[in-house]
Ligand binder design. Structure first.
Ligand code: BES
Ligand code: ZN
Length: 619
């Protein structure tokens, strides 16, 4: 095997400049891959999971199609050691080079290939701090018996555990062999086992083509419960029954989604409830949604998250944003589908209530960002930026409102027929904003002259802020809550507000509508009335703790500490640490808590909180 070791930066730059052909402008600003030249269409993975070293070691065999007879295959990698690259079934050595590390993109791996090359084998070992991987000690799991490994590949982190063309514009099938310590389960975004393998060797098969950001792996102490003929839930053995109860409506959600948007094309739909350090609420890994345990409220009040991740089986996983600039095609569409599924199952009032909560959140976010901030656009330009910036933005509810605007303009019947056709026409393909608009014109707008201008579609898609012709979300229940907010602020004690029949959504709306800071005695009154400091509902606790920090409400201190240490969901951590950091005393407190919490966070979470707290040594 000939191997080019990485020389100093300067030499490397010269090497690349002299021998690498200058690349045509890549379509995806967040990938070094050039799928127009050589494209990966299948992946064979063989990985050994080493909990002691915190590494994955093994081989990725990439089946490629050399479209242009190109001399190089360009892959994305980061935080991994490449041990060797060979070609073909016989494993012929070849030359490869690693390019310069770039902020949040990692580095290009250029492999010399031949016009007839069909397979490229990359042998590698991941870094213990690889961005996608979280390695948990047994004590950080619910049962405390075994260590746990979980991945989070979206948006650009698959490249930290699999050398690949890490762009949502490329799809591949995959097979994997994963070797884990005996007794542990391994699960992937693929066909999954329903019982553990005694020898710890698992084989996975994923027959549907997926983009790299949907590659996923979880390893640990896991049990399974069926929820229906095509769905089930995996979780820690001590959590799995509670999870099965919470997600009892999953099969009905699938049926509703299929009535609306056509067949579920992924075989089974299972959910895994992960340890609490999982940095997101949910992640739509195909066949196996990854979910935080913080949605196990005990009363099914937070299951809209399952509807959301399930909806991605159409919007996102089936028709996929071509690059992260078109993220709204994944998330805005999914929020819309989620609302429709919720409406099917629980009625219009329920769905409107959820939508209005999100809408209010968006208004606040637009105010924070500024209505002219480019991050408030649907079609984004993220070149040179961290694609994770989008997660904090308004594309979710704004995309929802835009699709609802279309629905209301053409009527539900025509709109539903169009949308169902869209998923059929573009199944297993990637989509750009312009391609969607072309299809929308052909399918709906061209037959309705003047409608595109009347709806101000260009302003919706390319403009910032929220156009004033947005649909109005109506919730009588939340309007009634608004009246109670007024009454409470005018002095009516909480105990006299008659809130006994309130659902989580109503109480959440109430809390979020209150001004900051609240005086301590009024916070105590709310706490007495609603048991907020001790609530087991993570959304309510989060909304409450924000008030507690702003108002300096000391009785909630232990709960705040427990919450920040006990779970790692960025959506909860980010605002709480930000709020703490607003004062010097708060920042000191935050740093003290963070020192204990950080070892339990996913790399994605601690990297961001490092920045929020301006922690020295932040990377
Ligand atoms: N795909 C997203 C999660 C994501 C987005 C991960 C961007 C990395 C980068 C997922 O579908 C999602 O939106 N999750 C939400 C929950 C949802 C109900 C809004 C979350 O995790 O809070
Ligand atoms: Zn989503």
């Amino acid at each position: 095997m000939r191997r080019v070791t990485v020389p100093s930066c300067v030499v490397l730059l010269l090497t690349l400049a002299s021998c690498a052909p200058s690349p045509p402008a890549p379509a995806d600003p967040h990938s070094f891959a050039r799928p127009g030249e050589v494209v990966v269409d299948h992946l064979d993975l063989d990985l050994a999971v080493d909990f002691e070293r915190r590494t994955l070691t093994g081989k990725a065999s990439l089946h490629v199609i050399n479209r242009t007879g190109a001399k190089r295959l360009w892959l994305d990698v980061r935080e991994m050691e490449i041990r060797g690259v060979t070609l073909g079934r016989e494993g012929t050595p070849t030359t490869w080079e690693l390019g310069r590390e770039q902020p949040f993109l990692g580095r290009p791996l250029a492999v010399e290939v031949r016009p007839d090359t069909e397979i490229v084998h990359v042998e590698y070992t991941t870094h213990p701090e690889a961005a996608a991987l979280q390695w948990l000690e047994p004590r950080m799991t619910a049962g405390g018996r075994q260590p746990f490994l979980l991945t989070q590949s979206q948006s650009v982190f698959a490249r930290s555990w699999v050398p690949c063309q890490d762009t949502p514009g490329v799809r591949m099938t995959y097979d994997a062999t994963v070797r884990v310590p005996p007794g542990a389960w391994a699960l992937m975004s693929a066909e999954n086992p329903q019982r553990p393998a005694p020898d710890g060797v698992y084989s996975f098969h994923m027959p549907q083509r997926i983009p790299s950001y949907l590659l996923a792996l979880a390893v640990g102490d896991i049990a399974f419960r069926p929820l229906g003929p095509r769905s089930g839930v995996y979780a820690d053995p001590g959590v799995v029954d509670a999870a099965a109860w919470e997600f009892a409506d999953t099969a009905a959600m699938m049926a509703a989604a299929e009535r609306l948007y056509g067949p579920y094309r992924w075989g089974r739909y299972d959910v895994i409830v992960l340890p609490a350090s999982f940095p997101y609420g949910g992640m739509e890994n195909p066949r196996l949604t990854f979910a935080t345990p913080t949605i196990l409220a005990g009363d099914r009040s937070l299951i809209s998250l399952v509807a959301h991740e399930l909806a991605h089986s159409w919007s996102g996983n089936l028709v996929t944003n071509a690059s992260w600039n078109d993220f709204w095609l994944n998330e805005g569409f999914t929020v819309y589908l989620e609302a429709r599924i919720l409406e099917e199952l629980y009625g219009r009032d329920y769905a409107e209530m959820q939508s209005l909560l999100e809408f209010r959140g968006m208004l606040e976010e637009i105010e924070d960002l500024g209505a002219d901030n480019p991050l408030t656009r649907l079609a984004l330009d993220l070149a040179g930026r961290d694609p994770e910036d989008t997660f904090d933005t308004v594309v979710y509810p704004k995309g929802y409102l835009f699709l609802r605007l279309l629905e209301e303009a053409v009527g539900r019947e025509a709109w539903d027929a169009y949308l169902r056709g869209y998923f059929d026409r573009f199944a297993f393909q990637s989509m750009t904003t312009e391609r969607f608009l072309d299809d929308l014109r052909r399918g709906l707008l061209d037959a309705r002259p003047g409608l595109e201008r009347e709806l101000r579609i260009d302003e919706w898609v390319h403009g910032s802020g929220l156009p004033d012709n947005h649909p109005r979300i109506e919730s009588a229940a939340l309007a009634a809550v608004d009246a109670k907010v007024e009454a409470w602020l005018a002095g009516t004690p909480a105990a006299e507000l008659d809130t006994r029949a309130w659902t989580t959504a109503e109480l959440l709306h109430f809390l979020r509508s209150l001004p900051e800071p609240l005086p301590a005695e009024r916070m105590a009154e709310l706490d007495d009335a609603f048991g907020l400091t001790t609530t087991g509902n993570s959304e309510l606790l989060h909304a409450w703790l924000l008030h507690a920090v702003a108002g300096g409400y000391r009785p909630a201190d232990p709960a705040l500490e427990r919450f920040l240490i006990g779970q790692g969901r960025l959506k909860f951590l980010r605002p709480l640490y930000r709020k703490l950091a607003e004062t010097e005393a708060g920042r000191r407190r935050a740093l003290a808590i963070y020192a204990r919490a950080r070892p339990g966070y996913h790399p994605m979470s601690y990297r961001e909180i490092d920045e929020v707290l301006g922690r020295p040594g932040a990377r």
